[in-house]
Design a binder for this molecule. Structure first.
Ligand code: M6R
Length: 608
């Protein structure tokens, strides 16, 4: 989704803004733009396509300034053209925006009536005109922005500058992420910390309804009631190099290879301190002892984590669970259960659908909330009573990989804590599970070593139009995840089914052109799965099977096999997803798609 960066400083901020935009590229975008206060005027440059084109235009035109804002746009209202790219300008005021203004049509009609003319199809242009409208009477950018945002319905994070107010940068947020970077006699705004790491590690996280005025040495924040508030400055542990590519060709590749480290970091406290409710927060023991059911809310890959966790929690802790797609849950009539724990799962913690689903659950009276999230300062973490932060580190590739496996590690931890609180995990079993978790990063290294074999599969897949993924039990969500990864970055149409469903319909699709990928761990469902594989072979389907070292599958003609280490018990899904991640990565490489920034997609989906 759109990325925002802004700066007010005593040095030329153009390079800072361009570098920030490059660091926000991962969010997904189709055009970019910058506005700099140059010689008491707004110097605006906008381009379609990549930030590199904008950088080139800035260099050619020698654009510079001590104050400025910049933006990457992911089109919602209006095509991805230069005219629709941000910043939008009205009078001497320039605005960048992330979010959707729901009442933009009514405001547009009102502003046209007042004599403003529009040059774009965007909802954002109304914000620029509205601020200009109020600025004409008060001549104060902070005040004008506050009056303007009071008229907006929907979600926004905005940055505003004005040619007659150099050394001033205004920021406001409601529903979309925005933070302030605190420097020495210079201040910044951005959609996330990664954009600002080269210039600061000190951040203020704005809350919904906040409007802020940034000067060289001052930061004034007012909250949604118009009261001046003091928001704490937080020191980030992130460093600039953590979001750099290093020796890797793509972020997705880097992030796949970071998984053993990410798992160790996420599991460190559990492995050192044992299965303790405190891993989820101060109130965890009382809340987790009280709840009688769990509802998971999440989207995309995070939803697949929820589906997997359901198998673990029901089997180990005996607590009924349901997993719901956040965008569906928030609009359906559900029956609230006051004893239910609402668990949201999200890499970014800013996914609009998941956040709204949590707020919807709270509005229904759900008091017990927990989030599993990779960003400790995110909106979901702030809104939830309990949390566990996955220690994956920044995930830049649009295709989620290390976030997924660390979510699974956190959710398995939750299953163990709930089992222990209910007297279903004795000391011997606890130690056994901790030992299994300790071994997990090493086992994953062995799976990663299989890359060249997966690569050979990918060469065959790249020619295909469709693929079918099969799994059973807790590996069915892994099949879903494999199919999502493949379609997301290689654009090969893929579906996933529980293998037992094959003959209820999808078997009709199977022929020699349909590769079928089956996840065949050595678990209780293996014999059933083998019968399903025979059904595929009998119809001429080409089988690709991911096995465990101790899985015995009779040799069949034309069956392609990749063998993982010995069956990892409950933790098996965390290992079995890795070859599927590598398969989609290499299929995308073969097809020459943009692996880290697949078409039409955004990393952090901050609009509905
Ligand atoms: O940040 P979140 O985990 O809330 O994001 C949810 C989905 O948008 C995300 O998992 C998406 O499906 C990924 N691109 C999949 O790789």
């Amino acid at each position: 989704m759109c990325g925002i960066i802004g700066a007010v400083a005593q040095r030329n901020v153009a390079p800072i803004l361009i570098e920030g935009l490059k660091r926000l590229e991962y969010r997904g975008y189709d055009s970019a733009g910058v506005a700099l206060l140059q010689d008491q005027e707004i110097k605006r440059i906008r381009t379609t396509g990549r930030v590199a084109a904008l950088e080139e235009a800035v260099r050619e035109q020698n654009a510079h300034g001590l104050t400025g804002i910049a933006h990457t746009r992911w089109a919602t209202h209006g095509a991805p053209t230069e005219g629709n790219a941000h910043p939008h300008v009205s009078g001497g005021i320039a605005v960048v925006h992330n979010g959707i203004i729901e009442n933009h049509e009514a405001l547009r009609a009102e502003l046209k009536q007042a004599g403003f003319s529009f040059t774009s199809q965007t909802d954002t242009e109304v914000i620029a005109h509205l601020i200009n409208h109020y600025f004409k009477s008060c001549r104060d950018l902070f005040q004008a922005t506050r009056e303007a945002v009071a008229r907006l319905q929907g979600a926004y994070a905005i940055g505003v500058v004005c040619d007659s107010m150099p050394n001033k940068l205004i920021a406001a947020r409601q529903g979309s992420p925005l933070l302030i970077g605190v420097g020495v006699e210079e201040h910044f705004i951005a959609s996330d910390t990664s954009a600002l790491l080269p210039v600061t590690q000190r951040f203020i996280y704005l809350e919904d309804g906040d409007v802020a005025e940034l000067g060289l040495t001052s930061i004034v924040v007012v909250d949604k009631n118009g009261a001046a508030v003091s928001r704490a400055i937080q020191q980030s542990e992130l460093r600039a190099e953590m979001v750099e590519l290093g020796e890797y060709r793509h972020y997705m590749q880097k992030e796949i290879y970071e998984q053993p480290r990410a798992l160790s970091d996420t599991l460190q406290e559990l492995i050192n301190g044992g299965v303790q409710p405190i891993l989820f927060g101060m109130e965890a023991e009382s809340i987790l002892s009280t709840i009688e059911r769990i509802t998971f809310l999440a989207c995309g890959t995070s939803y697949h984590s929820a589906l997997t966790a359901r198998y673990w929690i029901e089997a180990l802790a005996g607590i009924p669970c349901n997993a719901e797609i956040a965008s569906e849950y928030r609009y359906r009539t559900s029956v609230p259960d006051p004893k239910a724990l609402i668990v949201t799962i999200s890499q970014s913690g800013e996914t609009a659908d998941t956040l709204s689903a949590l707020k919807h659950a709270q509005s229904l009276g759900h008091e017990y909330t927990l989030t599993i999230c990779n960003v400790s300062e995110s909106a979901l973490v702030r809104e939830s009573r309990l949390n566990m932060i996955t220690r994956a580190g920044p995930e830049i590739g649009v295709a989620s990989t290390k976030a997924f496996t660390t979510q699974l590690a956190a959710l398995f931890t939750l299953a163990l804590v709930l089992a222990k609180l209910r007297g279903r995990l004795n000391a011997v079993e606890e130690q056994k599970q901790i030992a299994a978790l300790r071994a997990l990063p090493g086992q994953m290294q062995r799976v990663l070593a299989l890359e060249s074999r997966v690569q050979r599969w990918a060469e065959r897949f790249a020619e295909k139009q469709h693929a079918l993924f099969l799994g059973r039990g807790m590996h069915y969500p892994i099949a879903l995840e494999g199919a999502l990864k493949l379609k997301e970055i290689s654009y090969i149409h893929a579906e996933a089914y529980p293998a037992g469903e094959l003959k209820h319909g999808p078997l009709a699709l199977v022929d020699k052109d349909m590769p079928v990928i089956a996840i065949a761990p050595n678990d209780a469902l293996l014999e059933k799965l083998k019968s399903n594989l025979q059904e595929v072979r009998a119809r001429g389907g080409e089988l690709y099977v991911v096995l465990d070292e101790d899985t015995h599958i009779q040799d069949m003609d034309e069956i392609h096999k990749i063998t993982l280490p010995l069956h990892a018990g409950w933790l098996s899904p965390i290992l079995h997803v890795v070859p599927l991640q590598m398969l989609s990565y290499h299929a995308a490489l073969q097809k020459g798609t943009d692996v880290d920034k697949p078409r039409n997609l955004a990393k952090s989906v901050t609009v509905e």
